[in-house]
Design a protein around this ligand. Structure first.
Ligand code: SPD
Length: 352
């Protein structure tokens, strides 16, 4: 029997054995390797209906909406509320033998927001920082740049960079956390009135920004259309990989870390298949393919040896010890802060 005929027969067998099996997946944009989805479908016969979102707000709208969703990828800081509101289902560890490959440090960090890791499996993680197109930014700034959030948050400095293009993530918890930290405060421990005051500073910056958006900036950075972006690490590294002189910086004042997780929404119709998908993704070689494609560090401790050598050593992907000391896990925002946060943020984002 020819090799191709055999491949065809195996694929047909996989497809017919599970005819009609389908999962609906919602994930962050640019957060999967397309060939991983293809391999999963081919090997299991389970079809994946794949959708993306680019903000936590969008994710939550989907989770609270009427559609049945089998897989969602929330960030660690949102877990306590999603769990308390009954929006997630507990995992069945007996269906997840590859869970043993997960990074135990990440699992213990997660246990603070998801006791006993019942609801969430670390998928990808990383730092928030500044993506800087160095030659463009230096030319506009008029000299060398500090490794500081002042480039963004000091209106005198951001005014000098406005002409070459600045963007900010549509991520209020991240943006406010780094702003408060830059000011020597903690967002979670400050009074809500402080958020209103931070809103005044953000509004003063707004005329210097092209937009507040977490998707448009990826292509724009890669095409040299922006010189300074508040960025998630992988999106910044993608611009460098596309050939732009973009540096990813964890500023001297420090920044936040996020852990994004595989989870099953309450509305899932096929929790069994969702967990087959998770177990597939947790194979070290598959996890490595995802990091290779997305340029985000993997939640899988055993994936590293499968990364191409150049990527394993790539500065910025896995934070070096000095950057690690400047990073802290994004905190869960207390309920009482939400009203101020949402008011301040929609005014800032929409530039009203
Ligand atoms: N390209 C988008 C990747 C998403 C990164 N995670 C976002 C964390 C939000 N808290």
């Amino acid at each position: 029997m020819s090799r191709w005929l055999l491949v065809l027969l195996v694929s047909l067998a996989a497809i017919t054995a599970h005819a009609g099996d389908m999962i609906r997946v919602y994930n962050w944009n640019d957060y999967i390797a397309p060939q991983v989805l293809e391999r999963f479908q081919q090997e299991t016969g389970i079809q994946v209906e794949y959708h993306t979102y680019s903000s936590a707000e969008e994710m939550e709208k989907h989770l609270r909406g009427p559609e049945a969703i089998d897989v969602i990828v929330p960030s660690h800081n949102d877990l306590p509320r999603l769990i308390a509101d009954g929006l997630l289902q507990p995992l069945d560890f007996s269906r997840l033998p590859n869970r043993r490959h997960l990074d135990t440090d990440l699992l213990s960090k997660l246990a603070a927001v998801d006791p006993q890791n019942r609801y969430a499996l670390p998928y990808l993680w990383g730092a928030v920082g500044l993506a800087i197109n160095v030659p463009k930014a230096e030319a506009a700034f008029g000299g060398p740049l500090p490794d500081s959030w002042s480039l963004l948050f000091d209106p005198a400095q951001s005014a000098r960079l406005a002409s070459c293009g600045i963007s900010v993530l549509d991520a209020p918890d991240e943006a406010l956390s780094v702003l408060f930290n830059y000011q020597g405060r903690s967002l979670a421990n400050s009074a809500p009135s402080r958020i209103e005051r931070a809103g005044e500073l953000l509004n003063a910056l707004r005329p210097h920004l092209r937009y507040v958006d977490s998707e448009r900036y990826i292509a724009a950075l890669s095409q040299g259309e922006l010189c300074l972006s508040m960025a998630w690490v992988g999106d910044a590294l993608a611009a460098a990989a596309a050939g732009q002189p973009v540096r990813f910086v964890v500023p001297d004042e420090g920044s936040v870390l996020f852990i994004d997780n595989l989870a099953i929404p309450r509305s899932a119709r096929r929790a069994d298949l969702a967990q087959r998908f998770f177990d597939f993704l947790m194979q070290p070689q598959i996890a490595a393919l995802i990091t290779q494609e997305t340029l985000y560090p993997s939640g899988n401790a055993d994936a590293k040896p499968y990364l191409e050598a150049a990527l394993r050593e790539q500065p910025g992907l896995y934070p070096d010890p000095a950057s690690q000391r400047r990073l802290f896990a994004l905190e869960t925002l207390p309920e009482k802060h939400k009203g101020s946060r949402d008011r301040v943020w929609s005014r800032f984002r929409d530039g009203r």
